[in-house]
Design a protein around this ligand. Structure first.
Ligand code: SF4
Ligand code: SF4
Length: 249
């Protein structure tokens, strides 16, 4: 079935959504006085935490690391910390930085993850936005080549920035991850420190950093599976940190 779409400017997608950012977008947000949230998830080299059909995509956007005696792959997302309205949304639901808004804001309501098809039932856009406007998807393909290019740029940045994001996390002391599917670990780093590290690393050969990570998990059963695979599990809770469980209550 084909899909039509036209943004009606309701502003809902700009509220209560942590917006994934490229490194330069995260640097810009921090310099503008905003807060970056760092979200981390990982899976083991033996596949624990990973649906097999997602392996290629998941490996391409994650850093090869270790945890205890186990190989692991850690995916790090820098996102705009949006609790309530985005700091750039004005009273008329218009974006104050429209001309330089992040890639993900330009891509919404499309997905950047190729394993997540567009599902309009879970999108913030109201019904009328899907009833009029130009064709978005015809025969399963996106119509707008500019939008296709934006999605590719977003995915490429996601892959290109893996090592530097891992190095930034190491320098911020971020070394606890969740198991993919079980949750995320979330950090709210000090933004002055974040900007200082980003600027120090810009254009430099990355320094050596520890590739050792530990897992924070939702329960003893998951911890047991990680222990059995030789991975390291921790219950420490660093400053400015939360574990976000995805496990059904
Ligand atoms: S940067 Fe602009 S488009 Fe993106 S979430 Fe904020 S207000 Fe919305
Ligand atoms: S939720 Fe959809 S319709 Fe509303 S502003 Fe965002 S993209 Fe536009």
């Amino acid at each position: 079935m084909n899909t039509t779409f036209s943004c009606v400017g309701c502003g809902k997608c700009c509220k209560d959504h942590h917006v994934p950012l490229t490194l330069s977008e995260a640097r810009m947000l921090a310099a503008d006085g905003g807060q970056v949230i760092v979200l981390v998830e990982a899976f083991l080299g033996n596949g624990l935490g990973l649906p097999e059909h997602q392996r290629e995509h998941a490996e391409r956007r994650s850093a090869p690391v270790c945890s205890g005696e186990s190989a692991a792959h850690v995916a790090i997302t820098f996102a705009a910390y949006n609790v309530g309205p985005c700091r750039n949304l004005d009273e008329d639901n218009l974006c104050r930085i429209y001309e330089r808004r992040p890639l993900v804001c330009r891509i919404y309501p499309m997905e950047i993850n190729p394993h997540i098809p567009l599902n309009i039932a879970v999108k913030e856009c109201p019904p009328e936005s899907w009833e009029t406007g130009p064709e978005l998807i015809v025969g399963g393909s996106l119509v707008d080549q500019a939008l296709v290019d934006l999605i590719q740029r977003s995915r490429q940045a996601d892959r290109d920035e893996i090592p530097v994001k891992d190095a930034i996390c190491a320098l911020l002391g971020i070394r606890t991850t969740a198991l993919k599917g079980d949750g995320f670990t979330a950090y709210l780093p000090d933004m002055a420190e974040f900007v200082g590290i980003v600027d120090d690393l810009a254009g430099q050969t990355l320094p050596e950093w520890s590739s050792e990570w530990a897992f924070h998990v939702s329960g003893d059963d998951i911890a047991g599976q990680l222990h059995a695979a030789g991975a390291q599990v921790t219950t420490d809770t660093p400053a400015n940190y939360a574990f976000i469980s995805l496990r059904a209550a």
